[in-house]
Write a protein that binds this ligand. Structure first.
Ligand code: C2E
Ligand code: MG
Ligand code: MG
Length: 588
């Protein structure tokens, strides 16, 4: 069926202007119209007779045979969802009396099978020269699938996938609404309970992730059962939940609720045929503290939760201002580390490496930064060993590799071969002994599409020496991929020189402890001189790290060191500042 056969040609569609469109364009336009019309129901409303002829397709879209629907407007309007009815009627009236110039609306209509379908109706009127509408006709398209998927998307964005309860975004949104209300009605008061399960990691590790997930679902249910329906239970991530309590006069009332929850936790949870006990530490903060934004009240409840953990778990603590200044114990650092990636708390910084030959940037070392939301910056020296211990280093390492590879691909996009920048990435000893390391690297190279020759992996001398034979195998695999290897913190790891020349490596990086006082300490100066000579004999490059002064730079240059890195040139900076450094193209 084309628009012309349908009889609605001049109404439902915009006819092409004959002068402008050439024939092919017209044919294509008609074809797409025909397709659209075939899927649309059509209606033509004779306003003088007040009769509507509905096309057979229009009727079948709501489950009726051609002869089952007459010509009355009621056939249509009585089937419209009560919540949408007035809206549709108002738009029709506004369009017909000329208040609006466009008729297009989405609404629900009752199908023969007693479900509602979402429809999109569009129409055009024919008017007399005075502007009075005499005919009104248009199309109707079933948009139920799209509507449902839109609703699903909105739902998914605001709910936790595992437990189906609200997520952090929805929780914060509800708190925000109450803060707004409190500005208008200062008597409005509410509280937030921050809940963190105790020893949840043990459940995960001893019973497996599937049971761990099941336990989280059961806990979400139990929390919901024990608070009023108007309050919100949300999952913040991992084993953290939060409850937003409305109309709570003071923090003590919230404490009572927290105690009830502790009591309900004393009953076991059934996982398969096993009974598991869970306990939680809870922190409470109340709107009396005059919060400006929802994140603040949540953060304070979290601080109180940390205190509860420290006080011996399964405790409930009300937030007090002095907690803001207390040092929290590191016991939960590993739990937080697990979530740091999901919470976007990790960031890669880049420190330039300067080529002494032309005194410009030859590449960057990627250095990981963790901004913990309550503790601020945590040094990689503190969290990398923890990540090693818990095995999280693999995930973290993959993330670093991906970010750094993507970044270097962007920086090198418009550079010719000699100008390509190198990126150095640190590997911890556990990463270096990971049999999947090479595979992961290949995956990242393929995905970010950059040149493997630009990648350099930094491995500390001690990690390399831990298992020399395995190291040689690993290094050979990397060499086959044209990936470079740098021995980091060189000079501190007692490497056996007899091994060094058997390792297929490219660069030695002199540990910054030698550079630090090379001007004053004759011995250190001699060590640096020896390392540089050794490197030259083995045809390796040398980088000096921790260069902080012009004097050190000059001395290193005189000793024949080829590359330098340190605060004298630049501190590690974020990717935007690193991009600026590249653009400035400074000579040091
Ligand atoms: P590293 O690989 O020896 O990195 C150099 C460290 O020296 C960095 O510390 C850097 O900020 C610091 N530094 C740079 N220039 C100077 C200077 O002129 N003076 C002084 N005093 N320090 C300077 P940062 O970023 O705290 O990293 C510490 C260590 O953490 C790194 O030592 C590296 O072993 C490890 N690390 C950092 N990022 C990663 C990562 O993504 N993966 C792994 N596995 N380890 C990482
Ligand atoms: Mg390094
Ligand atoms: Mg180093």
């Amino acid at each position: 069926m084309t628009n012309e056969d349908s009889g609605f040609g001049q109404l439902g569609v915009n006819p092409l202007s004959e002068q402008n469109a050439d024939k092919t364009e017209r044919r294509e336009e008609r074809y797409s119209l025909a397709l659209r019309v075939a899927n649309d129901g059509l209606w033509e409303w004779d306003l003088e007779k007040n009769e509507i002829s509905y096309s057979a397709k229009w009727k079948s879209m709501i489950g009726f045979q051609d002869d089952e629907i007459g010509q009355s407007p009621n056939e249509w309007f009585e089937r419209i969802h009560p919540e949408d009815h007035d809206r549709v009627e108002a738009l029709i009236n506004a369009y017909l009396d000329g208040t609006t110039s466009n008729f297009e609306i989405e609404y629900r209509i009752n199908h023969f099978n007693e479900t509602y379908r979402w429809m999109q109706a569009k129409g055009l009127a024919i008017r007399t020269s005075e502007g009075k509408a005499t005919m009104f006709a248009g199309s109707q398209t079933d948009v139920t699938e799209r509507k449902l998927s839109e609703e699903q998307l909105i739902h998914d964005a605001l709910h936790d996938t595992l437990t189906g309860i609200p997520n952090r975004t929805l929780l914060l949104d509800r708190i925000r609404q109450s803060l707004v209300r409190r500005q208008r009605y200062p008597k409005t008061s509410f509280a937030v309970i921050f809940i963190d399960l105790d020893r949840f990691r043990l459940v995960n590790e001893s019973l497996g992730h599937v049971h761990g997930d099941e336990l989280l679902i059961l806990i979400a249910q139990r929390l919901k059962e024990n608070i009023p329906i108007s309050d919100t239970v949300a999952r913040l991530g991992g084993d953290e939940f939060s409850i937003f309590l409305q109309d709570i006069e003071d923090a003590k009332d919230a404490l009572n609720i927290a105690e009830t929850i502790q009591t309900t936790f004393s009953k076991p949870f059934l996982l398969g045929n096993r009974e598991v006990f869970a306990s939680a530490s809870m922190g409470i903060s109340h709107s009396d503290n005059n919060y400006k934004n929802p994140e603040e009240i949540l953060r304070d409840s979290e601080l109180a939760m940390y205190r509860a953990k420290r006080d011996g778990k399964a405790q409930n603590i009300i937030f007090e201002k002095k907690l803001r200044h207390s040092n929290l114990s590191p016991i939960d650092l590993d739990t937080d580390l697990r979530r740091a990636l999901d919470r976007n708390e990790m960031e890669l910084h880049y420190q330039p490496i300067i080529s002494m030959r032309d005194r410009t940037i030859s590449g960057f070392e990627a250095l990981l930064r963790w901004r913990h939301r309550t503790r601020g910056a945590i040094s990689p020296n503190e969290f990398i060993p923890l990540a090693e211990e818990t095995g999280l280093i693999y995930e973290l390492g993959q993330w670093v590799l991906m970010q750094a590879c993507e970044q270097i691909a962007i920086w090198n996009q418009n550079k010719n071969e000699e100008e390509q920048l190198e990126i150095s990435i640190n590997l911890s000893s556990r990463q270096f002994s990971d049999p999947n390391l090479v595979e992961g690297i290949i995956g990242n190279i393929k995905e970010s599409g950059f040149n493997a020759e630009c990648l350099k992996l930094e491995i500390t001398e001690s990690a390399l020496m831990q298992n020399a034979q395995r190291s040689v195998n690993m290094l050979n695999q990397l060499k086959n991929l044209n990936i470079k290897v740098c021995v980091d913190d060189f000079g501190t790891g007692y490497s056996s020189l007899s091994y060094l020349h058997t390792f297929p490596i490219d660069t030695l990086k002199i540990d910054r402890s030698f550079v630090h006082d090379m001007s004053r300490n004759y011995r250190n100066m001699e060590i640096i001189r020896t390392i540089i000579m050794l490197a030259h004999n083995l045809k390796l490059d040398v980088i000096a790290e921790g260069v902080e002064t012009a004097e050190q730079y000059a001395q290193l240059s005189a000793l024949g060191c080829q590359f330098a890195q340190g605060f004298y040139f630049a501190r590690p900076v974020n990717k935007d500042d690193a991009t600026l450094l590249i653009q400035q193209n400074q000579k040091w």
